[in-house]
Design a protein around this ligand. Sequence first.
Ligand code: DHB
Ligand code: MG
Length: 215
Amino acid sequence: MADSSSRGGGRYAQPDILDYVNRVHVPHDAGFARAFTVPEGIPAIQVGPSDGKLIGLVLRMIQATKVVEVGTLIGYSAIHMARAIGPRGKIWSVEFEPHHAEVARGNLVAAGVADRVTVLVGAGRDVLPTLAPEAPFDAVFIDADKVNYDFYGEWAVAHVRPGGLVIGDNAYLFGELLDDSDRGRAMRRFHELVAARCDSVCAPTPDGLVIGIVR
Ligand code: DHB
Ligand code: MG
């Protein structure tokens, strides 16, 4: 009963309840709806509406204006963040797949935030170092290839200002966080690094969302 999984909401977060709270708290306008609808051939692995809204709210709480995203997919989370940081903010969002980036750019235009989001195509390991001149950032949101989370986390804590945020999706690694695998080890290093360098939590979203405030 009182085990830690039920307290996370596993028993109570039933699909019809989640649909209701998402409808009430995260209503999708046409911009969100378009970016949430993944075209044929692109994996539907975007964050959920509540996760996206939560990320936007924590950005607003720290009045973030400069944000890096690793893993654009087709722009759904970027739209949440872009709306949260306002028209004077700026997001650099890195996407490995050129086709995903192209779809994302169309979605960002449709959502009215293309002016404040730049989608950069390439591997995070190659693109992130090119963003160093823009540092310090207010936040880095990591939602890309899991085997590189330790690299992305290291880069984030080095380039986010004190008081800024390091956020990571899929922190339970689809239930494989404790596996003896390269991505299991990388994700555990990410957790431990964020915990060492930030005041942090792994929020119990469906796949875990790490949020850390850089010390
Ligand atoms: C996958 C990636 C994600 O970032 C996610 O949130 C869900 C699934 C994937 O690669 O399968
Ligand atoms: Mg994810």
